[in-house]
Write a protein that binds this ligand. Structure first.
Ligand SMILES: *Cc1c(COP(=O)(O)O)cnc(C)c1O
Length: 535
C-alpha cells in the first residue's frame, strides 16, 4: 500500500459488531463488522453506513411443540449504544417525505459507523427501519431507499469526503441512483454519469444461490420511489427487468469480488450473461481475531505450549454455558462437535442423522456430542422444519445432542472457541465463504467440512482438519457426502480424538498455523485496498 489511501464508505444492510447491538442477522453483518474493526486497527480511511434497526432480526424461540417461533422485541436500549450526530436527511418513499436521523457508533472513532433511523415523530411510517429482513417487497424497497439514497445524503450532510462507495451485497445499490443524479445535476448525460459513478463504486457479491439474489418488479420500485428521478429505461440499463440487485451492483461498479477463491469462480460463471459489468475477482473473507480467538489459545500457541490444556478450560466454559441455557450437562472428556448456521436446505444441517443406524450408537454411548444452533428466515418454512428436526434430535439424544436457540455473536464465539470439531457440510458449490470455520480453525477447533467456501484454500486432510466428499458435485451429492461424512468421522476423527491425543494436539497447532494470518480480517482489508480500492 503506497500513497494516500482512498476514503471508502462501506455500505451494508447489517453490521455485526457486538451481540448487544442487534442490528445484524448473520454472516453478511458479521463480515461487515469485522471489516470495520480491522480497518480501525489498520487505521485506514473508512466509514460504515448502515441502519439502526429498532427491532433487528428475529429473536428465535423454540416453542413447546419443538418448532421455532419468531419474536421481535423492540430494542430501545440500542439508543444508549449510539451517539446523535445531529444530522437528519430526507428521502422520498412513495409520495411521502421520510426523515432519517443519523446516529453514530462511537466505539469506532477512526472508522465510524453511521446508522440511519426513521423512528421519528414527523414520519408517516416510523417502522421502515424496524425489522431487518422481516418484511419483503414494498417494505424491503423502502428500507433500501433509506440505506442507499439516504446513506449518500447522510455522508454529504455530515461533510464526509468519500472517494469510493463499497456496496456489500445488493441491498445498498440504490445509492447508485443518487450518485448518478448528483452528476446529472452538474450537467452530465445519464451515460456519462453512469460511467463516472462506475469509477467510484466497488461491489461484493455473496450468495451463489440464484433465489438468494434479490430482485424487484420495476413497477413496484417506481411506485415506491426507488427510481429516484431516473427513467424506466435507465433503471433497466442498470439492473434489468425485473430489477436484480446483484446485476445492478455488477453494472454500477468498477470491480467486484467473490468472497472465496471458489466463490469468485462460481460467481463469474453465474453472472457471465450480464453485459457491461465489472470484473469479479476473488478476495477470501477473513475474521477479526481479537473478537473471535481466545487469548489463552493464542498465548499457548505462541509460546509453543500444550494446546489441549487451555482448550479443555475453554471447552468447560462452553459446557457450563450450555448447561445454563438448556439444563443439559455435556461430558468434557467426550468428543464435542459444533454446527451453527442459518437453516438453509443446502447447508444440510441434519445430514449427520440421515442414517440413524450408523450414528445412533455413538450418540447413545455419548462418544459423539453435538451442539447445534441457527435461525431460519421468518418466512422459510423448510428452514423451520430443519430446526424442528434438530430440536427433535436433541430430545431423542438428550445427553449428547443440544440445540441452542437464538444463534447470535455470543453463541458463535462460545462455540467456535470451545468445541473440538467444527462441522460444515453444505452442498458444493453453494457456500460462499463460511467464516465460522475460520473462527474455529484459529481456536484450534478442527474443521470437518465439504470442500466448499474457504475450506479448499486451507484444508490439508488429516493435518489441520478434514475434508469430506472430495469436492464431488452431482445429483447424488447428498448420498455421496453422507457416506463420506460417516467414513471420515468414524474412521478418522473419532479414533484420533480418543486414541491419539498427541496427533490431535499437533493438528490443533497446524490448524492455527495455517489460518491465523491467512484468514484474518486485516489481511482481507489490506487486500481490498491493494486490489480493489487502489488505482
Ligand atoms: C461467524 C458467524 C456467522 C457466519 O458464519 P458462517 O460460517 O458463514 O455460517 C453467522 N452468524 C454468527 C452469529 C457468526 O458468529
Amino acid at each position: 500500500m503506497e500513497g494516500k489511501k482512498p476514503k471508502v464508505a462501506y455500505f451494508c444492510m447489517e453490521f455485526g459488531l457486538h451481540e448487544d447491538l442487534r442490528i445484524y442477522a448473520g454472516g453478511l453483518g458479521i463480515l461487515a463488522g469485522d471489516i470495520l474493526k480491522a480497518a480501525r486497527e489498520l487505521d485506514v480511511p473508512m466509514v460504515g453506513v448502515g441502519i439502526l434497526w429498532r427491532q433487528g432480526y428475529t429473536r428465535q424461540l423454540i416453542g413447546e411443540d419443538g418448532r421455532p417461533y419468531d419474536s421481535y422485541p423492540t430494542n430501545d436500549y440500542i439508543y444508549d449504544l449510539v451517539e446523535d450526530t445531529g444530522v437528519k436527511v430526507k428521502v422520498k418513499v412513495r409520495d411521502d417525505d421520510i426523515y432519517c436521523k443519523v446516529w453514530k457508533v462511537d466505539r469506532y472513532d477512526n472508522v465510524p459507523l453511521y446508522l440511519l433511523d426513521t423512528n421519528l415523530p414527523e414520519n408517516k411510517n416510523k417502522w421502515i427501519t424496524g425489522q431487518l429482513y422481516g418484511w419483503f417487497e414494498e417494505e424491503r424497497i423502502a428500507q433500501e431507499i433509506v440505506l442507499g439514497i439516504g446513506g449518500v445524503r447522510a455522508l454529504r450532510k455530515l461533510g464526509i469526503d468519500v472517494d469510493l462507495y463499497h456496496f456489500n451485497d445488493g441491498h445498498p445499490v440504490l445509492a447508485g441512483t443518487e450518485l448518478i443524479n448528483e452528476k446529472m445535476a452538474k450537467g452530465m448525460s445519464f451515460d456519462e454519469a453512469l460511467e463516472e459513478t462506475r469509477k467510484e463504486v466497488i461491489f461484493t457479491t455473496h450468495t451463489p444461490v440464484k433465489e438468494g439474489n434479490e430482485s424487484h418488479g420495476l413497477e413496484v420500485m417506481k411506485y415506491m420511489g426507488a427510481f429516484n428521478g431516473l427513467t424506466l429505461d435507465q433503471m433497466i440499463k442498470i439492473g434489468d427487468s425485473p430489477f436484480n440487485m446483484t446485476v445492478a451492483g455488477l453494472r454500477l461498479s468498477r470491480i467486484a469480488n467473490g468472497v472465496s477463491e471458489l466463490h469468485g469462480k462460481t460467481a463469474r460463471k453465474m453472472w457471465s450473461y450480464v453485459d457491461n459489468k465489472a470484473p469479479i475477482v476473488s478476495i477470501t473473507n477473513g475474521v477479526h481475531r481479537k473478537s473471535w480467538v481466545d487469548d489463552r489459545i493464542v498465548k499457548a500457541y505462541e509460546n509453543g505450549e500444550d494446546l489441549l490444556k487451555p482448550h479443555q478450560e475453554i471447552k468447560s466454559e462452553l459446557i457450563d454455558f450450555v448447561e445454563e441455557k438448556t439444563g443439559t450437562r455435556l461430558n468434557p472428556e467426550a468428543l464435542l462437535i459444533g454446527f451453527a448456521r442459518r437453516a438453509a436446505p443446502y447447508k444440510r444441517g441434519n445430514l449427520i442423522f440421515r442414517k440413524p443406524e450408523v450414528i445412533r450408537p455413538y450418540l447413545e454411548e455419548g462418544k459423539i456430542q453435538i451442539i447445534f444452533s441457527g435461525k431460519a428466515h421468518p418466512l422459510d418454512d423448510v428452514g423451520k422444519g430443519i430446526i424442528a428436526d434438530l430440536v427433535k434430535m436433541s430430545e431423542k439424544y438428550p445427553n449428547s445432542v443440544v440445540f441452542l436457540e437464538d444463534y447470535n455473536i455470543e453463541i458463535g464465539r462460545m462455540l467456535t472457541r470451545g468445541v473440538d470439531v467444527w462441522l460444515n457440510n453444505p452442498r458444493r458449490p453453494l457456500e460462499a465463504s463460511g467464516t465460522s470455520g475460520m473462527k474455529a480453525a484459529m481456536n484450534g477447533a478442527l474443521n470437518l467440512s465439504t470442500l466448499d467456501g474457504w475450506w479448499p484454500e486451507a484444508c490439508e486432510h488429516g493435518v489441520n482438519g478434514w475434508q469430506l466428499g472430495d469436492g464431488y458435485e452431482g445429483e447424488d451429492q447428498d448420498q455421496h457426502d453422507l457416506d463420506a461424512l460417516y467414513n471420515v468421522l468414524l474412521k478418522e476423527v473419532v479414533p484420533t480424538y480418543y486414541d491419539n491425543k498427541e496427533k490431535w494436539a499437533q493438528m490443533m497447532r497446524a490448524s492455527i498455523e495455517s489460518t491465523y494470518d491467512k484468514f484474518s480480517a486485516q489481511r482481507m482489508v489490506s487486500r481490498y485496498y491493494d486490489e480493489m480500492y487502489q488505482n
